[in-house]
Ligand binder design. Structure first.
Ligand code: PLP
Length: 399
């Protein structure tokens, strides 16, 4: 008999955004139609990868660029990333400080593997994108959620961050614009977090995958604000370049004074054991960054309309309130009757799915403390799909 015992490390992994799909699949197997408002994948809706990026991928495959590449990523792509970060985010980084990864997801894994020892704490926004907490736990660390203030648009509570820094704290994570709340942090908030990290000698991680998906105010990169202080920035192609299934991302060390040198060396060694990222897709990544950017404005203009529509509908439904997201493509409304009509936000989301076929993600899947009582809804679908989903949500709330 094969012993099929599973490590505790793996058996506790959670990823609410996809875990809820099991329930939806069961419903579909009974012939019910499901509207998936759970996953942030624009390509599943009416947004498509721009043609010049697709053509670059075809060209790379056809011309035989199908070999293993350098572990840190193709030099041409790392150079293009440096140009993009300079042009868009006003950061000076050099190609030796960039590592190309199989999506930002792999970057999160690699960074957590390199910085978290057993018992180490990492401060993460509450609520947060779940892999940060899952990987911190996977490496036997302890994610500590800092409060973000819903009434102020989910901006970090700086006093709360400060009060939670302990001698075990290893780093602080910023996700800006934020998933799941759509918050956008201004320069002053970022500057204060940079100072806290610096005063306490903590590693500062900044996930900026939604840097170009903002609706009114300008996005400011953490590394730009940090000036000479070190920051590890994470970014990728899934959202801005509409290439979720291609799995291409990167992280960089903004490290003008060389403080992160030992970490950088270790991460480079770490990158070698997974050989490299997909080579032809990296060629397409160069075309994405250096080629036409015109699809971004079109996409953001369209998403703004969808965000406005969804917020208007949510504000009209009794028992729900929401802050307007300033970036990304998620809204994170509060469901007032959780704790009364529904025991938990998970029960709310499950009932909603069973009764209407609309799939959203329970807020506690993003943070048990600060996300509970909320749900995350993706506003990527065309308005007619959103209209039908919100009609059903409205009827469900009234019933
Ligand atoms: C904040 C954030 N970081 C990282 C990722 C993962 O991105 P990738 O597709 O590059 O792995 C996501 C995906 O939703 C995200 O929202």
């Amino acid at each position: 008999m094969v012993s099929a015992t599973v490590t505790r490390r793996v058996s506790t992994i959670e990823y609410a955004i996809r875990d809820v799909v099991d329930l939806a699949k069961k419903l579909e197997s009974k012939g019910r139609q499901v509207t998936y408002l759970n996953i942030g994948d624009p390509v599943k809706f009416d947004f498509d990868t721009p043609d010049h990026i697709k053509q670059a991928l075809f060209r790379a495959v056809k011309s035989g660029e199908n070999w293993y590449g350098q572990s840190e990523g193709l030099l041409e792509l790392r150079e293009a990333i440096c140009r993009k970060e300079k042009r868009v985010n006003k950061i000076d980084i050099s190609p030796e400080n960039v590592i190309v990864t199989t999506g930002v997801s792999e970057a999160i894994f690699m960074i957590m593997a390199a910085i978290i020892e057993k018992g180490d704490e990492i401060l993460v926004p509450g609520p947060t994108y779940p892999p940060y907490t899952s990987y911190a736990k996977f490496f036997e660390g302890k994610p500590v959620s800092y409060r973000t203030i819903e009434e102020e648009g989910w901006v970090p509570d700086l006093d709360d961050i400060e009060s939670k820094i302990s001698d075990k704290t290893k780093g602080i994570l910023v996700i800006n614009p934020n998933n799941p709340c759509g918050a956008l942090y201004d320069k002053n908030v970022i500057a204060r977090i940079v100072s806290l990290a610096s005063e306490n000698e903590l590693i500062l991680l900044s996930d900026e995958i939604y840097d170009r998906i903002v609706y009114e105010e300008e996005f400011v990169s953490t590394a730009h604000v940090a000036k000479d202080l070190p920051v590890i920035g994470l970014n990728g192609f899934s959202k801005t370049y509409l290439a979720t299934g291609w799995r291409l991302g990167y992280f960089y060390f903004h490290d003008p004074e060389g403080k992160l040198e030992p970490l950088k060396d270790s991460v480079k060694r770490e990158s070698r054991i997974r050989l490299c990222t997909n080579t032809p897709i990296q060629r397409a990544g160069v075309a994405a960054l250096d080629g036409s950017q015109s699809h971004i404005k079109k996409m953001v203009d369209e998403l703004r309309k969808r965000r406005n529509y969804v917020c208007k509908r949510l504000k009209e439904i009794a028992g729900i309130s929401c802050t307007t997201p300033k970036g990304a493509f998620y809204v994170f409304p509060k469901i007032h009757d959780v704790g009364r009509r529904w025991k938990t936000d998970l029960e709310f989301a499950s009932n909603l799915l069973e009764e209407t076929g609309v799939l959203v993600v329970h807020g506690s899947g993003f943070c048990k403390k600060y996300g509970a009582g909320h749900v995350r809804i993706v506003f990527l679908p065309p308005i007619e799909v959103l209209e039908s989903a919100f009609d059903m949500l409205e009827r469900f709330m009234r019933s």
